[in-house]
Each structure stands twice: as structure tokens, then as C-alpha cells.
Design a protein around this ligand. Sequence first.
Ligand code: SF4
Length: 289
Amino acid sequence: MIKHITAKNFISTVNGKDEWFGLRYNFNIYRGCIHQCIYCDSRSECYQIENFEDLLVKTNAPVLARKELSHKRTKGLIGTGSMSDPYNPAEKELLIMREVLKVIQAFRFPVHILTKSDLVLRDQDIIKEIATIKAYVSFTVTTYDDELSKKIEPFAPISSRRIAAMKQLAKSGINTGILLMPTLPYITDNEENIKKIMQIAVDNGASYVIASFGVTMRDRQREYYYKKLEENFPSIKEKYIKKYGNYYSCRSENSRKLTSIYNEYTVKYNLKKRVEPYNEVVENLRLFS
Ligand code: SF4
């Protein structure tokens, strides 16, 4: 079910230094996510999203973006995609992300878009404009295997479509890369998978790979994940219970070896491990509004 809502606020400031994605600001157009990845952290109780299958749409996001950006005195990377994919399937018709990007471009802020969807290609023209300041588009790829991606990220475009989109953006000169995270213990945390994803990055124009070798788990997120493990990977749930119990941080047993493969590739092929943050103090942003 898609429900339209009027939000009060839109762009939040990230507390402290964002070690992973270099963000200073963050927004989410959608709450809930149709992609329904089995490991999604946004199901956790702390986010208070009762029905994660429903999609709440902040219809007034472009208006709020314009208002809020006109008051910002420091430019920094504006991120989106941590709580819900900005390129949810509904975005194809709704075009809200496209409108928000136009506002960001008008105010000359930099962006970092995190997505699992090749729908981002639709907005390549605006992203290219934003890239004159700075733009990153990161594609999450947790497995090279399309059949496996259908099981763990059932309604997101399959991995090969994301990779093809990354290649196309790279060709057009947009800075793009892979988020190799999470790495699911006993499912995707094997050497073959990590080597293949790193090679895919090299062959398809990625300039960076941001990786983490494990997954975090809590309350409702864990319940849902275990339910899906039972359906799709029947022997694995018991292994999780035995190894991780109620731990939040579930680090792969192979993380040391996988990290060393990751390091090897990043050095050999000059892939960065992080995007560069961006900071600029401005005086008269209102001039652009
Ligand atoms: S795309 Fe991201 S936000 Fe959406 S279900 Fe998957 S992990 Fe969650």
C-alpha cells in the first residue's frame, strides 16, 4: 500500500563524523521499502515503522528541501538511501527524487546517493550537473549471483542490473562505486563472492568499494531475517543462534580473510575505500532560492 503524507521536516544533519559515507546531511523521501531485503535494518523497533511493506511517501519533500537548503550555511554531502531506497519502484511514476535532486542542483550542494536500483539512470542528467560540485552514486551489491540476490533482496533489481547501471554512470563520468555490505554470515561471506564483486568493481568503472564483513541484527529485524532464513536457507538459522545469540554485531567468521582480499584488490586496482567528504561554508545561499 502506498500512502502519501505531509512531512514537517526533511533534511536532517548527521551527528558527528560519518565514517562510512562522508555525509553531513541526510534525507529519506520514503518510509518503508518495497525492495524488502531480508536483512534490512530499517525494520528495527527504534525506527517505529509499523508496516515495513507499506510505503509512506513524503509528497512535499521538494518544497521542504528548497526551504531547508535556503537556510544552510555549510555545504556538505547530502545523502539518501540509508533507511529506504530513494529509487523505490513507486519513484518511477512519482518523480519526487528527481524533483529533490533539481533543488539540490539549484542550491549547488553535493550528493551521495545509495541505491539498489537502476532507476537512478533516469536522473543521470541532473546528477551530472550536481557532479560539477560533487556527486557519488553507490550501488549496494551483496552477491554477484543474481539468483541469490533474488532471495535476499527479493524486490530490488538483481545484482547484474545494478552493475550495468554503475557501468553506465561511470561511462558518463559520474563518480560511482559499490557498497559491499552487509556480508551475510554463511550465505555471502565466502572468498569467491568477495573476489568476484571486487573484480566486478574493477571491470565496471567503480572508483571505490565500501565494505563491511558482517551484518547487524536487532529485535524485529532479526525476527524477520530468521523467518526468511527458515524459508530459503533452512539449515542456517541454527548456526546464527549458536554463534551470535542476541548480539547486535554479527561479524563474519571469515572477516579476516575477506578483509585481506578486499585490501589486496583496493591496492592493486587503486580503488578507494571511502568517498571524500565535502565541506564549504557559504554566505548567501538564499540568493539561489
Ligand atoms: S533497499 Fe535498503 S532500505 Fe530497502 S529494504 Fe533493502 S536494505 Fe532496506
